[in-house]
Design a binder for this molecule. Structure first.
Ligand code: TRP
Length: 340
């Protein structure tokens, strides 16, 4: 009943990679802060069905699910308030996916960015078949995502800019369903988080696993230092004034520092701080920031049964909402036992 009055904020994390500093500053940290807000019920889930769309390495999907769950718990996700679950533990998602597939127009899916990008790549590569290598999973991915969202009648969906189109598609699909079968779904809204920072990676491009330039969040201390030392800088010498605003090191530092600390470092750039020194400062700063959570992370990774337990509890909470709702939806579409 509580859920009726609180806003539902829902987001999924695709389980194909290891959480990195960019994920942390951009999405995880704001989501965890939001999980403590008593006025919302957050639904956060491991999108393992989504992982299958991009990744056909079972071990990687398994390992990523474990790492992502451990990361969120280690960072203090409030599981008393938030519902934290694994998508595949909620079978109603799959069932709703089919119901929605039967009202979603194919033309709408043809316009999805991810699908269009894959087609464009084939065409540019001189392929005769524009759909070469494109699975139905990729094609209907927005419908699976709509099911994730609509099943819990989410009001707000925090996502990156690249996902906004999918939320619009979810609204479109919800509207069609409501039009045909009566008002069952809330129309969700995308929220682009303003607090989230976008970090650059080792090579200066946006930190992203697709560029292979990430700094994993809970890398052991020694490796963290090594990676930070690898970050690309320009060739200005010690003593030469440097511009912090086009510097990857500064960008990362800023995401982890107070306003005063940022000012101080700006001053040191003006004074010509050496890159080696700035890398040391950055390492110390991030390491201090991360160490307590890394200790909790390592402990959780040693005791995965605690992680599983939390996910099972989350699934029970999620299904307490989804199971009765899918019953209502089955009835609405005419799938039911013969009434005697
Ligand atoms: N597709 C999203 C991404 O790649 C992850 C995701 C899956 C999601 N289901 C969702 C996000 C539902 C928000 C709501 O980032």
């Amino acid at each position: 009943m509580e859920h009726m009055t609180k806003a539902i904020v829902l987001t999924g994390i695709t389980t194909t990679g290891t959480p990195h500093l960019g994920n942390y500053a951009g999405a995880i940290r704001p989501a965890i802060a939001a999980s403590k807000d008593e006025n919302v019920t957050p639904f956060y889930f491991l999108a393992d069905y989504h992982a299958l769309i991009k990744c056909q390495e079972p071990e990687r999907v398994r390992q990523s699910s474990l790492e992502i769950a451990a990361t969120w718990l280690a960072l203090g996700l409030d599981t008393a308030n938030a519902v934290f679950y694994r998508q595949s533990d909620v079978p109603e998602i799959m069932e709703l996916t089919w119901m929605l597939t039967c009202v979603a127009s194919k033309g709408l899916m043809n316009r999805a960015h991810a699908y269009k990008a894959a087609v464009a790549e084939n065409e540019q590569g001189g392929e005769n078949d524009p759909d070469k290598g494109i699975t139905m999973g990729l094609f209907s991915y927005p419908i699976l995502m709509a099911a994730d969202i609509l099943l819990f009648n989410a009001n707000k969906v925090p996502v990156g800019k690249d996902q906004v189109q999918h939320i619009e598609m979810a609204r479109d699909i919800a509207g069609r369903f409501n039009h045909i079968y009566g008002e069952h779904f809330v129309l969700p809204e995308a929220v682009i988080d303003e607090h989230g920072a976008t970090l650059s990676g080792l090579d200066g491009r946006k930190m992203s696993k697709s560029y292979n330039n990430t700094i994993p969040l809970f890398e052991p201390e020694k490796k963290l230092r090594k990676l930070i030392n690898k970050i690309k800088t320009n060739s200005l010498e010690p003593g030469e004034p440097k511009n912090p605003d086009d510097c990857t090191l500064f960008g990362i530092y800023k995401a982890f520092a107070s306003a005063n600390e940022v000012l101080e470092i700006r001053q040191r750039y003006a004074e010509g701080i050496a890159w080696g020194e700035m890398k040391r400062v950055l390492f110390e700063h991030i390491n201090d920031h991360i160490t307590p959570a890394r200790e909790r992370y390592d402990a959780l990774m040693q005791a995965p049964e605690h992680i599983e337990e939390q996910l099972q509890e989350g699934a029970i909470k999620a299904r307490a909402v989804s199971a009765p709702f899918i019953k209502e939806l089955r009835k609405a579409v005419g799938i039911s036992r013969i009434s005697l």
